[in-house]
Design a protein around this ligand. Structure first.
Ligand code: ASP
Ligand code: MG
Length: 418
């Protein structure tokens, strides 16, 4: 008998039929003798609808009232799911975050969980009840309702699993797991049976948004076995593990290919190559709260002038360009500003890279063979990212996917037959 925390997202509880289907699924686990805590999101679209309502009344509602408002979405689904379970003769009780003792700080709309009381949940579980908990919400020391930030139900699930020492936290969603890359860009993408927390964090922050990043961080920190799986079809999903042992010597170098289409590149040409240039260029940009991702500074041949290139989010592109032209260049002297927002960042991710050299070389060769020019490169221990022209995204992802052996087995078999 195991203890599972099962989280169902908005689409999984998006209609009465879906809620009934979730109840059936949960019943199946109870019938096998497992203990189950269920965490649910609001019905799909509901949180957005509530935010929209608020905006019709007040342009700047206080964060406290926003939390009071948006937390109601989850209160609807917990009660409906408890009713659906009871209808199937499964004993179940629903609780809001406050009722179940999810204590947070007071940072409304982005609160952090500080502590979870588990005594009452345990009592219910031991009595054979299914405990249904509202995701995304908690309560601060003053008794105010707080929320954890968009997508926060994932974090509720993982935090509850950690606090209860659950055997597994299962995140049921509308995809059947984590893929080697986005199947919409590469139809040879394959579901991974497992991926490490580190890799998942790289994949998530690079744009494969299956899980809230904070939930993955939480799972890593508290060693919670986390599984992503479909609520619509049967299957093992993808296990996100903190285990580092290499189980298979043939383990692939690369676990996945992530990409980010939301970046733009800026270059300051011919800036004086003196100490402090980087901070003179980037200082005013970070003062404007603009986040800089990749940075490349050329080595100046003559030693006195250099080019400085970096990337920012596409939405910050124009403002960054203005700051460079109006603030940075006049002070720094020289320099022409060039910008390009038709770029994409493509990254290979894999812990296997740690123990193998030559991944970058192979990546560059594959791209060169396709005639794809690399504009920027950055590397970390388990990731290599390149910036290329946007129009090459699909070609780059597909050729790298094949070259690094990530294609689905049936695709490989098909190729061998021809
Ligand atoms: N309902 C909240 C949202 O839409 C929390 C969640 O779904 O995880 O962001
Ligand atoms: Mg969600």
């Amino acid at each position: 008998m195991a203890l599972y925390v099962q989280k169902f997202g908005g689409t999984s509880v998006g209609s009465v039929e879906r809620i009934k289907a979730v109840a059936e699924k949960v019943k199946g686990f109870r019938d096998q003798g497992h203990q189950v805590v269920v965490v649910v999101s609001a019905m799909s679209g509901e949180t957005n609808r509530l935010i929209e309502l608020a905006s019709q009344i007040n342009e700047e509602p206080t964060p406290r009232e926003m939390d009071m408002l948006v937390s109601t979405g989850e209160q609807v689904t917990i009660s409906l799911l408890a009713m659906a379970l009871q209808q199937l003769n499964v004993r179940a009780t629903s609780y809001t975050g406050a009722q179940v003792g999810i204590q947070t700080d007071s940072a409304h709309t982005r609160a952090r969980i500080q502590r979870i009381e588990t005594d009452e949940i345990r009592e219910d579980l031991d009595e054979g009840q299914v405990v249904v908990v509202a995701g995304f919400q908690g309560v601060d020391a003053e008794g105010n309702i707080t929320t954890l930030g968009r997508g926060g139900s994932d974090t509720t699930g993982v935090a509850l699993a950690a606090a209860l020492g659950a055997d597994e936290c299962q995140i049921y969603t509308d995809v059947d797991g984590v893929y080697t890359t986005d199947p919409r860009v590469c139809d040879r993408a394959r579901r991974l049976s497992s991926i490490t927390v580190e890799e998942m964090l790289e994949m998530a922050s690079l744009g494969s948004k299956v899980l809230q990043i904070r939930a993955v961080e939480f799972a890593g920190k508290y060693n919670v076995p986390l599984r992503v799986l479909s609520s619509f079809e049967e299957g093992p999903g993808t296990l996100i593990t903190t285990e580092q042992e290499i189980t298979d010597m043939e383990e692939p170098l690369i676990s996945g290919i992530a990409f980010n289409q939301n970046e733009a590149k800026l270059t300051v040409l011919n800036t004086p190559d003196v100490p402090g240039v980087a901070s003179q260029i980037l200082g005013p940009i970070s003062d404007a709260n603009i986040e800089v991702d990749m940075i490349v500074q050329n080595v100046a041949p003559a030693g006195d002038y250099t080019d400085f290139t970096f990337t920012v989010a596409k939405s910050d592109f124009r403002q960054t360009q203005r700051i460079l032209q109006e603030k940075v260049i006049p002070e720094l002297g020289g320099g022409e500003v060039r910008g390009d927002d038709k770029i994409v960042k493509v990254s290979l991710v894999g812990v296997g890279m740690r123990s193998h050299a030559g991944v970058a070389t192979k990546m560059f060769r594959v791209l060169a063979d396709e005639g794809i020019n690399i504009r920027m490169v950055s590397t970390s221990e388990i990731k290599i990212s390149v910036v290329i022209d946007e129009k090459f995204l699909e070609l780059a992802v597909r050729s790298l996917h094949t070259a690094f052996g990530l294609d689905r087995d049936d695709v490989n078999e098909e190729k061998n037959q021809h």
